[in-house]
Design a protein around this ligand. Sequence first.
Ligand code: ZN
Length: 149
Amino acid sequence: MNVESFNLDHTKVAAPFIRVADVKDLGGVTLTKYDIRFCQPNVDHLEMPTMHSIEHSFAEYSRNHADDVVDFSPMGCQTGFYLMRSNEPDLEDTMELVETSFHDILAADSVPAANEVQCGWGASHSLDGAKEAVSAMLDKRDQWDEIYA
Ligand code: ZN
């Protein structure tokens, strides 16, 4: 199929993990898409307010540590996120960026831009949920590079 992740057998993976999902040469610039998977597909998922707060927080904090972050977006299945960086694939560096940004979330006392002026649904946030999810992810930091069971 056209979409890389549609060719991934979601029954064979073991979350959490981080993997390179796609690499595009845009003519002098390389765009790399990472699959940052929090939950075991078809077994577990994150609630939307939790996802929303991780999205806002990671989008803001990761840019304090890297200038090649293009996008960080929730998956519709609510099991993880896609991170896009304008750079060659670098899984080690990306895992470090994710780890550092997650620690920023754990240290935060509010969600960036969680209000009606800066967001489309400012009330739909859960910082506690976000902290719980990134904390569970960090507990398995040594397994992030293992995609399959
Ligand atoms: Zn929002």
